[in-house]
Write a protein of this length. Sequence first.
Length: 317
Amino acid sequence: MRRISVALTAGLLALAAGCAQAEPQQPPPAAQARPDPARDPLLRPIAPEYARQWLGVEIPTRIYGNTFFVGFGGLTVVLISTSEGLVLVDGALPQAVPAIEDNIRRLGFRIEDVKYILSTEPHYDHAGGLAALARDTGATVVASPAAGGVLRRGRRGAGGPLAGMLEPMPPVERIRVLRDGEILNLGDVAITARATPGHTPGSMSWSWRSCEAGTCKTVVFGSSLNPVSADGYRFTDPANRALVDGFRSTFASLRAMPCDILLTAHPGQSDGDTRLAQLRQGATPNPFIDPTACRAYADKYEVLLERRLERERTRVN
């Protein structure tokens, strides 16, 4: 009788264990589910008519080694593949996020493998999509100290060259701050933060090594250097001296920076649109490989800044 009781007890325990294993897994919390894209507040278009000029459809393309273009005709978004996941550089606009994610998948990668998203500047055309991309991938956004505050608020303060012209954007919750010269490591790739103030006080460029067929190149993703402003803003106003000094510091840094391949926030600012078309047509050598590109980029926008300053001085006189 004792043997029957023991056997019966063991059987009941096994049955209970089997039932416990058979229970379905609980679904993720509803808050983690992505909203219907048509009703998703993080995908709500910003300045849709004006922004259309930047969002021409482009085929995702390998630039060199572990570096891929996943952006648009007028906005560069870059994907970096490492041994421990992916890094995205810039997020374009909210309405561009589905196309960015589709481009990542078309290259054979998973958006869930994006670990970091690097921000070049806290303007809506480059950072408006960061909140949605961070939510969809689970990635941490990385920015400069000055840009981090703007990204958390989703809007700039009252000052700056473009004050009054910039649309608000979805705020970003999870941000890691890096300062000039600090390094972000992921797997076999080290990405260096390069402070390039001017277009915005918190603008940050990024550089890393990319290898192909045993040959390694230094890639620089350069922030915008355009000295553009709202009507009435004067770069020559003594109160704006720090911004002009920031531009000049950036020009010097870019000229001294190791730079074999330059990608810029807007492709046309560095002939990136032309180089990309040539690369897709099979041009050799790779048209992006140009050790003079960063110096030429600095030279071009230094001239534009000096012309702007001279025009302002002429008006005053």
